[in-house]
Write a protein that binds this ligand. Sequence first.
Ligand SMILES: [Fe+2]
Length: 270
Amino acid sequence: MKVEHAKPKVGSTVTMDRGDFLSGKYAEDLRALMVERSALVFRGMHLNDEEQLQFASTIGDIFLVGDKPLQNISMDPEINPVADYVRGAFYWHIDGANDPIPAKATMLGARVLAAAGEGGDTLIANTYAAYADLADDEKAKLEGIKVHHALEASQRYITPNPTVAELERWQMRASQSHPLVWHHQHGRASLVLGNTCHYVEGMELGEGNMLLCRLQEWATQDEYVYRHKWEEGDFIIWDNTGTMHRADWYPLDSDRLMRRTTLQGDEPTY
Ligand SMILES: [Fe+2]
């Protein structure tokens, strides 16, 4: 297994024998490397659905959306019935942040690339590194702060003037309180941020929004962000619990198609 770092603090390209990749020979190493590097890239894999699921199951338990282990990531409503909802992916977020236990990892396998010049890069920000680099007095101030996460918050990016029916639909969905700083079982801590942040609990709204904005701006500085420029057959996996991610804008009628698999989270956010 060969590992090349994209940037000192985030992103690595992993090269290995295809048989070893599928068999899970290095699964334990990859799980550790994913936490250390946030995002792992495997170039030119050209995985089909079955192979993607075979690999995913070597890393963790596959999370089913409805009854499906793979989801189409496309903005075309004919291919992706929840295309409207997926447009939230143009903004920094954590998958499953409205649930008690967010997804452990997310994987994307390229099936159809955006046309040249259309955009559609995937960006992943390392929120362990961003937290680690904060000054100690700032870290102390963030302890104990909780943030309410809700679908309403992320959907307002896309639909800023919702109807009552839309708002009712959003508010029916699960929402969740998470600590701003997640102390993980492996010993590192990360920031829990993104477009699902609705408000900071117990803090005046303006002050809370400023705090979230400031931390998000900090965590998405270039040194913490890996930008993946997709090539045919690429496959990437990231540690969803210690990152935020987003897609760079691309046209809603683009042919871009990714197949996504997420892994079941196994660690509450405290
Ligand atoms: Fe996502």
